[in-house]
Design a protein around this ligand. Structure first.
Ligand SMILES: Nc1nc2c(ncn2[C@@H]2O[C@H](COP(=O)(O)OP(=O)(O)OP(=O)(O)O)[C@@H](O)[C@H]2O)c(=O)[nH]1
Length: 328
């Protein structure tokens, strides 16, 4: 077993040399919330940033049961067979509550987990969505520096985590399911607005016709929602039989090529960095507000008075902010 790296240079060298053990440890470092680790992690990221940015970053979402792990396993193995190096990361804030990650679990991607050209990492399991998303964003830098040229970031299609993932990738892929009667059931409008490519999954055997019908309906719905120009392409595929995966990957690449030729890829990534900085400011301000004993001392009473109609929400917010600001 490799010796544990002790300083930033050693970490950086190990990552750049493609050591999986050091890469795994470096990710653990960026996931840590301990101040000493945070400082070391930031130094490491500064060191590795010049070597990052080379991968195709793809977000993958879908409701639980949409077949994300089967799809990623099939797509990932076909990409490694074609000579790519594939990293799979995940954003699953529920894992911080349950203590166990439902996404990116190695046992769900048995073939990819033992593929020497793939690196599968479960979702970080500590902290808020902001914290989990930060760790995953920083892990993208690490896996890119380690030479992975495709980064797949998986997220479960419930809650705010899709927005976080859409903001860290070049292409956001939605895996949908055919559901007779109500094809849009379970897919939130917000996710339809974020998707760059949509694939109706499990288009195999007796489900194939339903999947094609769902794809047509989704195409119509997306044109209404986003306009004919901006509406993403809707395809059908099966993670189980691997049919249609080439087309889905083709659509992901076509989307990237369009972004690249218009110069938008670069500006999108730069804007993502700015948004990321601000989202950390928001998270940290809120965390220090909620963590302050002075604020906590006044909040229950203010909330009670708002609930009872004795105080307006505006005045309550002003009072909370006044107490927070007075702390200097
Ligand atoms: N027919 C068919 N079944 C599939 C396909 N992909 C996955 N399944 C089945 O659907 C179920 C869920 O698949 P997973 O790949 O675990 O799905 P997931 O979206 O990761 O699900 P969660 O882990 O619950 O989020 C499993 O029973 C799979 O065998 C597919 O392409 N076709």
């Amino acid at each position: 077993m490799a010796r544990k790296p002790v300083d930033v240079r050693e970490y950086a060298k190990g990552v750049l040399d493609g050591s999986r053990t050091v890469l795994a440890r470096a990710i653990t470092l960026v996931e840590s919330t301990k101040p000493a680790h945070r400082e070391l992690a930031q130094q490491l990221l500064v060191e590795l940033l010049p070597h990052a940015g080379g991968a195709q970053r793809v977000g993958i979402t879908g409701v639980p049961g949409a077949g994300k792990s089967t799809f990623i396993e099939a797509l990932g193995t076909s990409l490694t067979a074609a000579g790519h190096r594939v990293a799979v990361l995940a954003v699953d804030p529920s894992s911080s509550r349950s203590g166990g990650s439902i996404l990116g679990d190695k046992t769900r991607m048995a073939r990819l987990a033992v593929d020497e050209n793939a690196f599968v990492r479960p979702s970080p399991t500590s902290g808020t969505l902001g914290g989990v998303a930060r760790a995953t964003r920083e892990s993208i830098v690490l896996v890119e520096a380690a030479g992975y040229d495709v980064v797949l970031v998986e997220t479960v299609g419930v809650g705010q985590s899709e927005i976080a993932v859409a903001n860290m990738v070049d292409c956001f892929l939605l895996l949908a399911l055919a559901r007779t009667g109500d094809q849009l059931q379970g897919i939130k409008k917000g996710v339809l607005e974020l998707a760059d490519v949509v694939a109706v999954n499990k288009a195999d055997g007796p489900h194939e016709a339903d999947a094609r019908k769902a794809a047509r309906e989704l195409t119509g719905a997306l044109r209404l929602l986003r306009g004919p120009e901006a509406a993403p392409k809707v395809l059908t595929c099966s993670g189980l039989t691997a049919s249609g995966l080439d087309d889905v990957w083709g659509a992901v690449q076509a989307h990237r090529a369009a972004l690249e030729s218009s110069g938008e890829l670069d500006s999108r990534r730069r804007q993502q960095q700015v948004d990321w900085a601000w989202s950390m400011v928001h998270d940290q301000l809120l965390a220090s507000l909620h963590g302050s004993p002075e604020v906590r001392a006044v909040v229950p009473e203010l909330e009670r008075r708002v609930r009872d109609g004795q105080l307006t929400a505006t005045l309550a917010a002003e009072e909370i902010l006044r107490v927070f600001r007075s702390l200097g």
